[in-house]
Structures are given as C-alpha cells and as structure tokens.
Design a protein around this ligand. Sequence first.
Ligand code: NAD
Length: 266
Amino acid sequence: MSAGLHEAARLVSGGGVLVLTGAGMSEEAGIPTFRDPGGLWDRFDPSEFGTWQGLAGLATRRPDDLAEFLAALRRALAGARPGPGHVALARLEEAGLVEAVVTQNVDGLHQEARSRRVIEIHGSFLRHRCLRCGRTDTVTRDEVCEGLERAVVGLRQAFVPSFESILPRCSWCGGPARPDFVAFGETLRDFEEAERLATECRVLLAVGTSGEVFPAASLPETARSAGARVVVIAAGPTAVAADVVIQGKAGEVLPRLAEASLAAKD
Ligand code: NAD
C-alpha cells in the first residue's frame, strides 16, 4: 500500500468524513468530465451550452448544434451506472465513517449506489422543475433519456417555434419543465448546508474534482480553516490544496481506501 493510501485510510478510519465529488467520480461510469481533454467543454462553448439563456437561444437559432449537444448528453446518461467508487463511498457511509456526500454531479449515481445523505449542490437531471407552477417531479433515467431523445428528434425534424416547445411537461399543470440542474450563473442548492458540514467535518475527502468551479471549490479550504484534514483523489491535475493526494482513478482507489479504512477501524 502506498504511503498516501495508508495515511488516507488512517484519517478516514477515524470517521467524521465529508466527501466532495466532481465530474471525475463519474468518468469511469461513462459520463465525460467537462474540463479534461476531449470533455464536453472542448466541443461545446460553455458560455452558450452551459447557460439556460444560451440553450434557449440555440433552440431557435442553431437547432442542429443544440441537437448534437443533447444527443451527447443522452448517450452519456443512458449508459451510466454507479461504479466501484460510488459503491465504496456508500459502504463507508453505512459503516458510519462518512457523514455525507456533497456532489457537483447531476447524474444521480450516488443515490443509485445507495449513498443516503447526498447534497446535490448543482441540482440533478433526475428531477424536473416546472417553469410555470414551480413543482418539482422526480424522473427516472429512462424518462430523462426519452425526453432528450424527443427534443433531439424535434430539433432535427421540425421548425422549432420556441425553446419551451421542446421541454418536458409538468405532471401537475402541464406547463414547460426544465431539468433541475444549476446552469452557470445560477444559485447553488443547499450550499449553506454543505458549508456547515465542511466546518464540522474531521476529514474532507475530495474525489475527481478540478477545484476550478466556485463556490464548490471553496469547500476544502472551508474545512481546512476549521481544522479538518483534506485528502484528494484525482486522476489528473487538481487545484485543491490537500494534506494527502492520491493520484489515480476513483473506481480503483476508493475501494482500496474503503477496505483499508474499515480494517483500520476494527
Ligand atoms: P472537472 O471536469 O472540472 O474536473 C474533473 C476532475 O476529475 C479533474 O481533476 C480530473 O483530473 C479528475 N478525473 C478525471 N477522471 C477521473 C477518474 N476516473 N477518477 C478520479 N479523478 C478523475 O469536474 P468538476 O470539478 O466536477 O467540475 C465540472 C462541473 O461540471 C461540475 O460543476 C459538475 O456540476 C459538472 N459536471 C457534472 C457531471 C456529472 O454529473 N457526472 C459531468 C461533467 C460535468
């Protein structure tokens, strides 16, 4: 076992762990990260495709480009299943070592792996929010993919009178609904709770996050200022300042970390 993994397991085995996950957590599940070479933002300009207004404008001005983006999203979400890393985190929570997972991901994979306390600060694709009455509906991965497919077909085949015409419908009032993710420039969800957990944790374990998307990227520093130790697992470069850095893929490192932490706890 490497010295980093040994030290991380020693820290995690003491409990009080808050996990912060980013796009790298789901990379092995088939969902590309945004910033790595070949990621989504390499192909689609975030100032257009990452904002709600940008998407709305594209629907009528450049429907083919929007269709290509939504088709790429659909492909990624359709095949995604929780990996060994997601399962290892759920196991650590079950054992009482992990308090909660704060995730920047919008793919619902932590819940699918049976993590119980998941704070989705960037929202979720597995919820729709009605733009008319404000109701939120939980939707399945299949329903999300069907909705994306309908939008892609609509954009490619017909004249699109408005962005609203390709959105899913609210189950309550029939109004247009949007996937409940936080686009660039929008307010984060439950961030006060995430900050409170960061100030209370013993260890902050950051997995697969570049540390470039604020304010989520401030959480490790919030934890460290309150006295916590910071452990980072990342396959590539990350801006998160840490006490222990383990280079490697989440799906390979986390199961080993969980095994070693649970052994050290007993
Ligand atoms: P990012 O794309 O900026 O950075 C990903 C980080 O993960 C990098 O440091 C990279 O080296 C590392 N990484 C890549 N593959 C890995 C692996 N297999 N194991 C461990 N580490 C790996 O991601 P970010 O910092 O989370 O920010 C991107 C933003 O985009 C987030 O705010 C998130 O909301 C959104 N996003 C979400 C998803 C998703 O829901 N799955 C996917 C892409 C982007």
